[in-house]
Design a protein around this ligand. Structure first.
Ligand SMILES: Cc1cc2nc3c(=O)[nH]c(=O)nc-3n(C[C@H](O)[C@H](O)[C@H](O)COP(=O)(O)O)c2cc1C
Length: 193
């Protein structure tokens, strides 16, 4: 059984990525056990941006925690899992992880993933970037995380809809976790046009 820890933060204009990721785990990795934490800001943004309430998202996970539940199993290195994805990951959460500030369950679980040398994928969504963002990305990368910007998506697969663009990013995150998917058209060379 694959265990995946998912954090959804208030990287506004990006909560849709988190929702699609949870839906696609259900489609492509049914046997997975998903541990979900949504930040308080993400819950707020969910209503505005995606028009969904918290309950409909929580149904997509096996276990759900609030950001202040620091006693949850995922806060401990003794809890084994196959990877943590923060999607989207705000610049604030990135900064906390980069500097070891573990004041909520998302940043604590991420800190634990790094110390236990487990896979940590941060799907950031901000543009343009200032030097602080870039330095924080450097720090987490040196510590072992994978930084995956959600903006902009690639255009070689000629996206036509917002769904195509979201699926491209989510498909690439599933790839990083080793989960087979056909969410986007893969580059197969110029000759295959
Ligand atoms: C309208 C709006 C848009 C925002 N867009 C982004 C964004 O694209 N990327 C980002 O990193 N933060 C963005 N933020 C800021 C985060 O929501 C804010 O830093 C928040 O404290 C993040 O908290 P969290 O990481 O605990 O969810 C936005 C905030 C608002 C109100």
């Amino acid at each position: 059984m694959r265990r995946i820890v998912v954090g959804i933060t208030g990287g506004a204009s990006g909560v849709i990525y988190g929702v699609r990721f949870l839906e696609m785990i259900r489609r492509y990795a049914k046997d997975s056990e998903v541990y979900l934490v949504m930040s308080n800001t993400a819950v707020e943004i969910l209503r505005h941006e995606v028009g969904l309430d918290k309950e409909s998202i929580l149904k997509l996970a096996n276990r759900v925690y609030n950001e202040d539940e620091l006693g949850a199993p995922i806060a401990s290195g003794s809890f084994k899992h196959d990877g943590m994805v923060i999607i989207p990951c705000s610049m604030k959460t990135l900064a906390s992880i980069a500097h070891g500030i573990t004041d909520n369950l998302i940043t604590r679980a991420a800190d634990v993933a790094l110390k236990e040398r487990r896979k940590l994928i941060l799907v950031i969504r901000e543009t343009p970037l200032n030097l602080i963002h870039i330095k924080n990305m450097e720090l987490v990368t040196l510590a072992g995380a994978i930084v995956m910007p959600a903006a902009p998506p690639a255009f070689y697969n000629r996206p036509r809809t917002i769904d195509d663009m979201v699926n491209f990013i989510v498909g690439r995150v599933l790839d990083l976790l080793g989960i087979e998917n056909d969410l986007y058209r893969r580059w197969s060379g110029y000759s295959e046009e």
